[in-house]
Design a binder for this molecule. Sequence first.
Ligand code: G6P
Length: 366
Amino acid sequence: GAVELGPYRHFMQKEIFEQPRAISDTIPASDSFEPKLFGEAAPAAFDEIDSILILACGTSYYSGLTAKYWLESIAKISTQVEIASEYRYRESVPNPKALVVVISQSGETADTLAALKHAQELGHRHTLAVCNVSTSAMVRLTQMQFLTHAGREIGVASTKAFTTQLVGLFTLAVTLGKLRGYVDAAKEADYVKQLRHLPAALNSVLALEPQIIAWSEEFSRKENALFLGRGLHYPIALEGALKLKEISYIHAEAYPAGELKHGPLALVTEAMPVVTVAPNDALLEKLKSNMQEVRARGGQLYVFADADTKIVNEEGMHVIRMPEHYGMLSPILHVVPLQLLAYHTACARGTDVDKPRNLAKSVTVE
Ligand code: G6P
């Protein structure tokens, strides 16, 4: 039947607000994470693997970049992430003990599919698809699968597919961490508890929409924006910049905040909004000094700060306070206000939000 917009103006907005449901449907029902969650072949395959190679495009690539932090810190497994169109055309060194993970909403993206086939031709036997479409080519061609339950995604700019991919990849990190002896029963219970809290936490983040709408009025008059993050939230800054450029046509780029002084600081003037993802993590003090570097040059900071960061509104510093401090799952919460910022900025500019110019939902030709 017809997919209804309900109270929403666009599918993108509807899909952003569906995330608590999509995520709750994607989190495994069992409180004990076993390899079988990834298919019948996973118990044997996971015993053999010594590293991970993630291949993807677009927003799915950024979920892969986020997952690298989780896989290396929770499961202590060496992880590489590569853009599919780069991997498929370069000479790489195959490792038959690596787990090749393709991440794709559609499961049909031409470059990701070709990268998967290329890896298989190079002798990679252990392959896993993290995918939203159960009947897709990638699901058929991989040894193992994790299906996200985002439901059909219509907006070209991916939102709920991204956050559900993150749930799948976090589940993979905890499962591998357990197998490899780095996640004990108490830690697993804690991770599962954090996952089960996500839908409620997301609802509180979605309630920030009116504050984000106020910011979007200012953003809609800009032609450039810079996004900063560090660590786990650097890929979230990348995703925030991608969302903004895809649908509002404002040029946006993301930098790891520590790299500011090696280039982008030259672009900072009063005309350049600098969106900063500021979770309360080990890098907060470093991030605060990066923010001072921007303020000292007259730059306007727009900061998404966790509940307990003590970052406050002042000259040159606009703050939206996140309701909590989220630990390891923080990227899944912090990306949501960036989706909303891009969405409302695009609405204010009057662009075709669900079908941005020149872009396609699924790129099935090269
Ligand atoms: C297109 C879409 C993006 C998506 C990318 C990868 O560029 O516009 O939203 O992230 O393809 O698609 P996939 O289906 O492989 O995740």
